[in-house]
Design a protein around this ligand. Structure first.
Ligand code: AMP
Length: 128
């Protein structure tokens, strides 16, 4: 089991009580799609497509910029390799998918732990 205290810490202020931190600590449940040493993937509770999976790295990071600026290239690469592995596992490589990463107020980010949305399983439609 992961202790959030043992999660590597980034440069930004990180809220240990955000909902994804609680999911990482297994304090609240999720429908898990994939887990490895560096990342966790689970179904979005309010899916916007037939397939809507969220992927989070197991480090303390508020958003994309915090993640890529606070951690070494190996940590960053391992996370994005895991994203690709999950895309493989979901069998959506050929049919296609959309990766979304919201950041900050203008990006519409709700949960302050960096995450990617994997949307697939049907035509996702225009960007807005
Ligand atoms: P964002 O707006 O990019 O921060 O996206 C946050 C996402 O987290 C939304 O799509 C929510 O539906 C999703 N979400 C919030 N709480 C949970 C939860 N407990 N389990 C799974 N997904 C969640």
């Amino acid at each position: 089991m992961i202790s959030i205290k043992n999660l590597p810490k980034g440069n930004s202020m990180y809220d240990n009580n955000n909902i994804f931190a609680k999911i990482l600590r297994k304090e609240i449940p999720c429908t898990q799609v994939h887990e490895d040493d560096n990342s966790l993937f689970f179904n979005d509770i309010n899916p916007q497509a037939k397939i809507h999976v969220l992927g989070i790295p197991k480090v303390q990071c508020v958003d994309f910029t915090d993640f890529v600026s606070s951690y070494d290239t190996n940590t960053i690469a391992l996370f994005f390799k895991s994203v690709d592995n999950v895309i493989d596992k979901l069998n959506i490589k050929e049919s296609g998918y959309r990766l979304v990463c919201n950041s900050g107020d203008h990006g519409g980010q709700e949960v302050p732990h960096f995450h990617v949305h994997i949307l697939a399983g049907e035509k996702i439609g225009p960007m807005r």
